[in-house]
Design a protein around this ligand. Structure first.
Ligand SMILES: Cc1cc2nc3c(=O)[nH]c(=O)nc-3n(C[C@H](O)[C@H](O)[C@H](O)COP(=O)(O)O)c2cc1C
Length: 516
């Protein structure tokens, strides 16, 4: 991975994104001081990818560096003489735990062609490197991703990602709902391999049951923004859902995602702007986005006190951060010129406001408007933001292929129901008629397992990967995705659940904690 060292890229963070001068000082310090920080797992001195290279382990102190040099020398000598060294041992273990190549579904695209990484390998790598006194650059404690990332972010970026609607009650309930369900482990379940995490959605088999949730304006968290997360998603073999509010163009994200699976999330302009909708859809299609997620809960941004306290709306700024898709759209550009008589570049402020109004028009569409989307999108359509049985049934009537049971992480409606809380009843009503995706509150492998056991077929990871992005760009996002999967795989394994298939991972593995 060609991630630039932290201390170089932080120099180029636009002014308001830097936390403060302390942050700048911290991020440019080097040597012993930085090693001290790395020891507490806080600042990544070297991307984790380097840990898995043949030589080049991470040093956490200078003494360790000396030991590592000696260790490297021994390993190299072992390699040269054909004797088994530490790395050969790692190799043997890795082979032992590899999952099988996923069978190709008839009619499915040729990807994934790569052997899916076995999530538990990630843990094994860390322990192996630990034998050589190396320490991982990012913490594995999922609850620390947010506070660690917050240390690196400006007040504006921090407020934007961690903020919620109103009092934050919905977000809190999202988390509390997970603790109401408990996994009941079974014993002496004879197993021949680690649990297979594959799942089937939209008529295709995927090696893992997670996707990267659509998140806008990612360059406010890391200058590499969507490029980093789209690349990390491809490497972790998880679908990347690109937001209409991205700070990078559709075409650039597609390039960064390479041969990964990518889906497009639409913030839906009003019918008066159907020509712009058509333009976005056709660009997405051309760029290889194979499914369309239409977000229904955000025709206007929620009442978000953390952003208001900072006077910060990332979309209204003329820094092109939240408006990249509009500014690169030929139809929007033409329309802007006709209306204002100037190019976007001549009045970025007005152009940003105009694009923001286009994709967050303040007023909602009606069900009947979906016909237009169905006519003009050749591929699966998934409606994001469903929280009731009635709406889920309406989605079935409309003939869409999937829904995301989501409350946008509690960022839109305060005092709302928890997303996990409403999942079972929605699954019971429509689970056999369309694919159910789930998000809002997933923070650990066990959370994914619970949502799947309650009937979701795939979970979207939101804030956790944004924190990974802030902490370490592509490597940080990869770390979060791989950690969640490794955690999930071991959780299933130790609970005697042989796979993520509904035949094994279903409500029978859960117990309501209040009934115990
Ligand atoms: C900073 C941020 C930006 C987001 N941007 C979008 C977006 O552009 N489009 C969208 O459909 N959802 C967006 N979401 C919502 C996520 O897709 C997802 O529903 C949510 O993050 C799930 O909640 P959780 O992160 O608390 O688990 C955003 C969420 C966050 C935190």
């Amino acid at each position: 991975m060609d991630l630039e060292p932290m201390d170089r890229w932080t120099d180029r963070v636009p002014g308001p994104l830097l936390k403060d001068s302390t942050h700048a000082r911290f991020s440019t310090r080097s040597g012993f001081e930085r090693d001290e920080a790395a020891r507490s797992y806080r600042q990544p001195p070297v991307p984790i990818a380097e840990m898995s290279s043949d030589v080049g382990p991470v040093a956490s102190t200078r003494l360790d560096e000396v030991r590592l040099c000696l260790c490297e020398k021994l390993i190299l000598q072992a390699h040269a003489s054909g004797r088994p060294g530490c790395h050969n041992e790692v190799g043997r273990d890795v082979k032992q735990f590899r999952t099988q190549t996923p069978e190709k579904e008839p009619g499915s695209p040729s990807r994934p062609t790569k052997l899916p990484p076995n999530p538990v390998e990630y843990e094994k790598e860390v322990y192996q490197k630990g034998l050589q006194f190396a320490r991982p650059p990012f913490t594995f404690q999922t609850g620390l991703w947010e506070p660690h990332a917050k240390e690196r972010m400006s007040a504006e970026s921090k407020g934007y990602v961690a903020g919620n609607a109103g009092t934050g009650e919905t977000s809190l309930k999202n988390r509390e709902a997970f603790a109401r369900w408990s996994i009941v482990p079974r014993r002496l379940v004879k197993t021949k391999s680690l649990p297979d995490l594959s799942t089937k959605v939209l008529g295709q088999k995927f090696p893992f049951p997670i996707a990267v949730a659509p998140v806008g304006v990612q360059r406010i968290f890391n200058p590499q923004g969507e490029i980093a997360s789209a690349a990390a998603a491809a490497k972790s073999m998880t679908p990347y859902i690109m937001s209409t509010a991205s700070s990078t163009s559709i075409e650039e994200v597609a390039k960064a995602n390479g041969d990964g699976v990518r889906w497009f999330q639409l913030y839906w302009p009003t019918n008066e702007n159907n020509n712009i909708t058509l333009s976005i859809l056709s660009r997405a299609k051309k760029a290889g986005f194979s499914a369309l997620f239409v977000t229904l809960d955000t025709y206007i941004l929620g009442w978000r006190p953390s952003d208001m306290d900072n006077g910060y709306n990332p979309f209204l700024r003329s820094d092109q951060i939240g408006v990249a898709i509009g500014f690169t759209d030929p139809v929007f550009r033409k329309q802007f010129k006709q209306k204002y008589g100037v190019e976007i570049e001549d009045d970025m402020h007005t152009a940003a406001a105009e694009w923001t109004q286009t994709v967050f028009p303040s007023l909602s569409h009606g069900w009947e408007d979906l016909e237009f989307i169905k006519q003009h999108w050749d591929g699966p359509i998934i409606l994001k933001g469903i929280q009731t049985v009635e709406d889920a049934q309406k989605c079935v009537e409309m003939g869409v292929q999937g829904i995301v049971v989501s409350n946008h992480g509690g960022r839109q409606v305060d005092g709302g129901v928890s997303s996990l809380g409403v999942l079972p009843r929605i699954v019971d009503a429509v689970g056999d008629k369309l694919d159910i995706f789930f998000d809002s509150g997933i923070r650990a492998g066990a959370d994914i397992a619970k949502a799947m056991a309650l009937g979701a077929r795939m979970c979207l990871i939101g804030r956790p990967y944004v924190y990974g992005l802030a902490l370490g760009g592509e490597n940080g996002v990869g770390h979060v995705l791989n950690s969640l999967l490794g955690d999930m795989q071991l959780t299933l394994h130790l609970a005697g659940i042989p796979s993520a298939d509904p035949a094994h991972l279903n409500r029978s593995v859960l117990e309501r904690e209040d009934r115990l």
